[in-house]
Ligand binder design. Structure first.
Ligand code: PMP
Length: 395
């Protein structure tokens, strides 16, 4: 077993090549955040094209007012878990709001989306069960599978045939429950899951289907409920998990289910039982923002206009954008060196995008991960394209 000192040396070495390039892309500090699309970074006004704030709701006046009022009324924190002193009427109101949104009897709110996935997966599956997960799944899906103690089988990203082949291979050995986990939109490449086909597989094999709508909530569907709503299969999803930390513009997670007895998770889900509940400010902001999200057809229209516009301009510059299926436009770079230079070049020109590189990326690709917001203005997007033009031309 490696000693702590050895382990730290290894990690330092891994990080060393980034430090040598003079950047710490994972330590960017926003000195000020002045709107959903602008911040001051290293003293420079910067356009944010690397958040998950797809609808721009982190600055919605209604949500800010609700957060301030709740803080003044109920304080800055609950100081305890939901099963102890951390359930306020406001938490129950938020759960009612989400249950109504999804036309389900009940919803459960967690303190993060990460914890929602951990809680759901470790409850729906246990030792003796099998979880099939998309290979590109978020870390919290992997961690939730591990916490469950079930057998984990990865299938090739978005490959329904591979999923079905792996289920068939289980054959007679299959004993316990079969759980399939996918995401609505994948956070790195920005592509969507083939949900209709996955629902067919689930039905054919009597599996339980869990969909993490983290990046698709607010973005798809008439009422912003995610990709399952958009493609008309919401009724077939056994568990929907999602987060408030993206389109909802605050923090927290939730899950809704078709299954009876969702309430059980309040006793079995360790992240729910053993961690403090969300503070009143966050819960109040989430309720206000979910209202705006559900009614936000105009925001979704603006978002998709912006996505279409930026995608056309970036590809027009000869850049390879992996998918245009979501607000995540991932620009593929040929090498780590090119990626770091481009990322820094954009930052120096007042444009912040996410830098994504192996091992965090699927297929070991190098990505400038851009994410579009409904609140990006045309002049802002033009400045973003100007910056890309300059770095592409080496100016
Ligand atoms: N699921 C996916 C697909 C995510 O991308 C993320 C966050 N990046 C999460 C879950 C976790 O959400 P949270 O930040 O609320 O913990």
């Amino acid at each position: 077993m490696a000693s702590l000192a050895q382990r730290m040396t290894e990690l330092t070495r891994e990080r060393g090549h980034l430090a040598a390039a003079g950047v710490n892309p994972f330590g960017v500090c926003m000195d000020e955040v002045t709107s959903a699309t602008e911040a001051v970074i290293a003293g420079r006004p910067t356009i944010l094209v690397g958040t998950n704030n797809y609808l721009g709701l982190s600055f919605a006046p209604e949500s800010i007012a609700a957060a301030v009022a709740a803080t003044e009324r109920m304080g800055t924190g609950t100081t305890g878990s939901r099963v102890a002193n951390g359930t306020y009427a406001l938490h129950q109101q938020l759960e009612r709001r989400i249950a109504d949104l999804y036309d389900r009897p009940e919803a459960l709110v967690f303190s993060t989306g990460y914890m929602a996935n951990l809680g759901v997966l470790s409850t729906v599956a246990g030792p003796g069960d099998t979880i099939l997960l998309d290979a590109d799944s978020h870390a919290c899906i992997y961690d939730g599978c591990r916490l469950s103690g079930a057998t984990m089988i990865r299938f090739r990203h978005n490959d329904v045939e591979d999923l079905e082949k792996r289920i068939r291979r289980l054959g007679a050995e299959r004993t316990g429950n079969l759980v399939i986990v996918v995401e609505g939109v994948y956070s790195m490449l920005g592509d969507r899951a083939p949900l209709r086909e996955i629902v067919e597989v689930k039905k054919r094999h009597g599996a339980i289907l869990v969909v993490d709508e983290a990046h698709s909530l607010g973005v798809f569907g008439d009422r912003g409920r995610g990709l399952a709503e958009e493609v008309g299969v919401l009724g077939d999803i056994d568990f929907v998990a999602a987060t408030f930390s993206k389109s909802v513009g605050t923090i927290g997670g939730f899950c809704v289910s078709n299954a009876d007895g969702l309430d059980l998770l309040r006793y079995t889900a360790r992240p729910y039982v053993f961690s403090a509940s969300l503070p009143p400010s966050v819960v109040a902001a989430a309720i206000a923002s979910i209202d705006l999200m559900e009614k936000g057809t105009h925001l979704r229209a603006r978002l998709w206009e912006n996505v279409g516009w930026l995608h056309a301009r970036l590809t027009g510059l000869g850049l390879e954008v992996i998918a245009a299926e979501s607000p995540i436009l991932a620009v593929r770079m040929p090498s780590e060196q090119a990626l770091l230079a481009a990322w820094m070049g954009l930052l120096e020109r007042g444009v912040y995008v996410n830098l994504a590189l192996p091992p965090a990326t699927p297929q070991a690709v190098y990505l400038l991960r851009c994410s579009v917001c409904a609140e990006h203005t045309q002049p802002q997007l033009e400045r973003v394209v100007d910056a890309f033009t300059e770095i592409a031309g080496g100016n």
